[in-house]
Design a binder for this molecule. Structure first.
Ligand SMILES: [Zn+2]
Length: 258
């Protein structure tokens, strides 16, 4: 009897989790009303620059993310006026749980659970409506930190963690990473080879039909880099040189077929 009850409760919990994942997925990609995205800056604590940078940050610094996504949505036929709205939220002081790097599936599941609880605790500032998608951006001081951990975006949980640099010249490149992780939360997959960082052809190319094919000049957002020649792949300087490719548009349900 107790065993059956325990199994029934476990099944109920799993069913609720499955329903809530399904609901999140469909409610964020039906594109019939504005999707609210909140960017929460965090001082990564590795230098003096981040606190100053965060104090100067305002919503206008994030404006090209919203303009990029809404412009591309329109190009793919999304009809509403403002498909996404990207707002800056007050800084968060609690650090997000550290992402496991060893590929252990249980550790990854545990991390994703902790990440959801973290996002829930830290995305309800007083007097502000909580956003549907939460992107936590850790700003690192570039004088002390040259390379940062991988950024992540999770569709299950609608949450992203971005590692960025607290330097004025990095604001636009940072926004490319924020847009990439934001699209992960909407179900877009990576379109580069993790071993070589080469954009995958044709899905990772912004202009797969270009003649000659190389050099490309625009970047597919989920590839993150554009190919100059067969071995050279560069990151774009800003979202002005980035596009959403047809495969990504299908994944986030801007289109229904390729
Ligand atoms: Zn990615």
């Amino acid at each position: 009897m107790w065993r059956n009850l325990r199994i029934a409760i476990l099944l109920l919990v799993l069913a609720i989790a499955a329903y809530s994942n399904w609901y999140d997925k469909y409610s964020t990609t039906d594109w019939d009303e504005t999707l609210w995205v909140g960017v929460f800056p965090i001082d990564a604590g590795d230098g003096e620059a981040a606190a100053r940078y965060i104090a100067d940050l305002d919503t206008a610094d994030l404006a090209d993310i919203e303009a990029f996504i809404n412009g591309e949505a329109r190009r793919y036929g999304v009809r509403i006026d403002r498909p996404v709205r990207v707002d800056l939220y007050p800084p968060v002081t609690e650090m997000p749980p550290e992402h496991p790097t060893d590929g252990n599936i249980l550790a990854a599941m545990w991390w994703s659970l902790k990440m959801r609880m973290y996002a829930r605790r830290n995305s309800h500032p007083e007097g502000r409506a909580p956003p549907q998608i939460r992107i936590f951006v850790l700003y690192h001081d570039p004088t002390f930190t040259q390379s940062v951990p991988h950024s992540v975006g999770l569709q299950k949980g609608l949450v992203g963690v971005v590692h960025a640099f607290s330097q004025g010249s990095m604001t636009r490149p940072n926004n490319v990473v924020i847009a990439h992780e934001l699209l992960h939360t909407l179900g877009a997959s990576d379109k580069y080879d993790p071993a070589t960082l080469a954009p995958l052809y044709p899905i990772g190319y912004a202009e797969p039909d270009r003649v000659p094919l190389l050099p490309q000049t625009l970047t597919e957002i989920m590839a993150g880099r554009y190919a100059i020649d067969a071995q050279t792949f560069e990151m774009p300087g800003s979202l002005a040189d980035v596009r959403v490719g047809a495969a990504t548009a299908l994944e986030i349900r801007w289109t229904r077929a390729l």
